[in-house]
Design a protein around this ligand. Structure first.
Ligand code: AHM
Ligand code: MG
Length: 283
């Protein structure tokens, strides 16, 4: 697994360089979810693809920017599902963006996720990795090196509330729940980039990030394989919880298609337990 994490470090430095130097305009293509791709999305996807080509442990790649699975090494064991540059349009307004990686052994589905990692490109480049043993590890880049800062651990309860989706399209139950957290003293922290938003909650010890099903997007916006499951793994390893709108662990989901989405809630125990009570079985 260390070989894969080392490859992600190399990728992080290259994508950071691209963010700082490349043209930010749109390409002439769309991704598998029908969204216009920025040139930076395409470039970042290419950087990831090239970096993993020679990693013999990796059998296949599945990218948010590609329709199909890309087989790369016949004898590999892992499928790496990734979002090369999540929140890429935020680079235009100079907010933080990120890359997300889920490493699956066998078929890509929640129970086969064996490790995950994300990179935050902000004022600094930071990396968080997680495997099945121990707490996630937090690194910061200094030049070409990634220095270990320490373990990431969630407290029982936090203070931050990051509510995603268009409020006009939330269910009444969802609105009531989000309002109840604010009434308890929670503070709004939402940039529109799931990587920096989830990173902030993790490093500040707790809170809730939600992206519910909405009237316009009943299955939510965030993709299971590249976004939802890798973060669910990291939140659980950090001592928190990650569930869908039925109270099911996100890591129990089995996507029917590579680009399937799911409503998702990530947080420390207090907020997730409150969410389960408020919504009952159905959010
Ligand atoms: P992207 O993969 O197309 O960049 O979209 C994912 C991003 C997430 O980072 C973020 O949580 C979400 O979209 C924000 O969506 P919204 O603006 O609807 O709240
Ligand atoms: Mg994304």
């Amino acid at each position: 697994m260390q070989t894969i994490f080392n490859t992600i470090k190399t990728i992080a430095l290259k994508i950071d360089h691209a963010i700082k130097t490349e043209d930010l305009g749109y390409s002439s293509t769309e991704n598998a979810s029908g969204e216009e791709q920025l040139k930076l999305d395409v470039k970042s996807d290419y950087i990831v693809e090239q970096a993993f080509m020679d990693v013999s442990l990796v059998k296949a790649l599945v990218s948010e920017e590609k329709e199909e699975v890309l087989p790369i090494n016949e004898h590999g064991v892992y499928t790496v599902c990734y979002d090369p540059l999540d929140g890429s349009s935020l680079a235009d307004v100079n907010l933080s963006v990120g890359s997300i990686f889920g490493i699956y052994e066998g078929e890509p589905k929640g129970e086969n996720l064996v490790a995950s990692a994300y990179v935050v490109y902000g004022p600094r480049i930071e990396l968080v990795t997680a495997s099945k043993k121990g707490k996630p590890l937090h690194y910061r880049a200094q030049g070409e090196e990634f220095n270990l800062i320490g373990e990431v651990s969630l407290g029982q309860k936090g203070k931050l509330n990051a509510p995603g989706g268009t409020q006009q399209n939330w269910s009444a139950a969802h609105k009531k729940f989000i309002d109840s957290l604010f009434a308890e003293g929670y503070r709004l922290r939402y940039s529109g980039g799931m990587v920096p938003d989830l990173h902030q909650i993790l490093l500040k010890g707790g809170g809730l990030f939600s992206y519910p099903g909405t009237s316009d997007k009943p299955e939510g916006k965030l993709r299971q394989l590249f976004e939802v499951m890798p973060f669910a793994f990291i939140y659980e390893q950090a001592g928190g919880q990650a569930i869908d709108n039925n109270g099911t662990r996100l890591l129990e989901l089995v996507p029917k298609h590579l680009h399937d989405t799911s409503p998702c809630f990530f947080g420390s125990n207090y907020e997730i337990e409150a969410l389960k009570k408020t919504y009952g079985a159905k959010a």
